[in-house]
Design a protein around this ligand. Structure first.
Ligand SMILES: NC(=O)c1ccc[n+]([C@@H]2O[C@H](COP(=O)([O-])OP(=O)(O)OC[C@H]3O[C@@H](n4cnc5c(N)ncnc54)[C@H](O)[C@@H]3O)[C@@H](O)[C@H]2O)c1
Length: 320
């Protein structure tokens, strides 16, 4: 993700000078050479250089420490999701950030996807009426490497967390309860990591709207991320473009494009829009669209979903 963001920043005229640091200096140098930026040896060098803004895309356990350092130096920070590796660190960080006015933006890029944005606007304008059902899916075409699975946090924290955030975003409502389940019909390494390869979470929102979030690591038809939002007046779908891997039966008019290979291609526009938005935030021209509080809220839903899958019982979602 750091390379994705660096390449994007390299194309944005708003970013006048880019410095790159990584624990692996060769990696930082390679990206810097590619985009015409400067690599520095350590993160300390970054902070010593008089930054206007910083983008954090290191491994997840490093996030909260880097965000704290940025805020300590009064440098506006964009941090990839999640803001911290676990619930306790996230709660502590969100509590500490309440005392600062340094902007912090978190990387839930679906908030910048044109489809999700259009649905959010339509819901706000009352065009869908009252909502009865949301259907969200995050379907990977193929599983990640077996070594990643035990580090992923499980399918709800790793994949569905984007849908949990998107549902809060488009509805403007909070999730109060989750009932989740999962299945393993693919490779054994999911079971061995106490995870599932397919998960389903039923969410109840604070106004009674119901949402179902499905996630799988084995969608043979291709990478598929959609959100259907159905109301008393109308229904809108994000992600139903020419590359959606959906085949009508019996055959009729249907998407004809090649499915997106993965999230980088599917959300290319959104990744650009979120960084442009962050640069406006860093320049003091806008408020952060996706805050530390939003990151914690999505994580709390993922925690409830994980607990529900394990216990088999509905779980109330904590608000803090
Ligand atoms: N928003 C999205 O769609 C999305 C998608 C993928 C990953 N992510 C998030 O992006 C983050 C990075 O994921 P990735 O797949 O790029 O990981 P990665 O392991 O490929 O890369 C992480 C990089 O961070 C460097 N690093 C580790 N600790 C560091 C530190 N303390 N200081 C500086 N550099 C450090 C590593 O050397 C490595 O180059 C994760 O938090 C992940 O959750 C978000």
């Amino acid at each position: 993700m750091g390379m994705v963001h660096a390449r994007m920043l390299g194309r944005l005229p708003e970013a006048e000078q880019i410095l790159i640091a990584d624990l692996d200096p060769a990696r930082a140098q390679a990206v810097a050479d590619e985009i015409g930026a400067k690599a520095v040896a350590t993160v300390d060098d970054l902070f010593a250089s008089g930054l206007d803004a910083i983008v954090v895309a290191a491994v997840t356990p490093a996030h909260d420490g880097l965000v704290r350092r940025a805020v300590g130096h009064r440098v506006p920070v964009f941090c990839e999701k999640p803001l911290a590796a676990d619930l306790a660190s996230s709660r502590a960080l969100v509590a500490d950030l309440a005392a600062t006015d340094v902007p912090v933006q978190v990387g839930f890029q679906r908030r910048f996807d044109p489809g999700y944005l259009a649905i959010r606007d339509a819901v706000r304008a009352g065009e869908l009426g009252w909502l009865h059902t949301l259907r969200a899916c995050t379907s990977d075409a193929a599983p990640p490497h077996a070594s990643y699975v035990p580090t992923s946090g499980g399918i709800f924290r790793d994949c569905s967390v984007h849908d949990f955030d998107a549902i809060r975003f488009v509805t403007g409502r909070e999730v109060v309860e989750v009932y989740a389940t999962g299945a393993n019909r693919g490779d054994a390494f999911f079971t061995e990591a106490s995870d599932v390869d397919t998960g389903m979470a039923l969410l109840t929102l604070d106004d009674g709207t119901l949402a179902v979030c499905t996630a799988t690591r084995y969608n043979g038809a291709g990478y598929d991320v959609r959100l259907e939002v159905c109301g008393s007046k109308n229904t809108l779908v994000a992600g139903l473009d020419d590359r959606a891997p959906l085949i009508a039966a019996p055959a009729s008019s249907q998407p004809t494009g090649e499915p997106y290979p993965g999230f980088l291609e599917r959300f290319a526009l959104a990744y650009e829009a979120e960084l442009r938005a962050f640069l406006r935030v860093a320049a003091g021209q806008a408020q952060a669209e996706c805050t530390a509080h939003d990151s914690l809220a999505a994580m709390l839903i993922a925690e409830a979903a994980t607990e529900s899958r394990i216990t088999g019982k509905p779980v109330a979602v904590s608000r803090t």
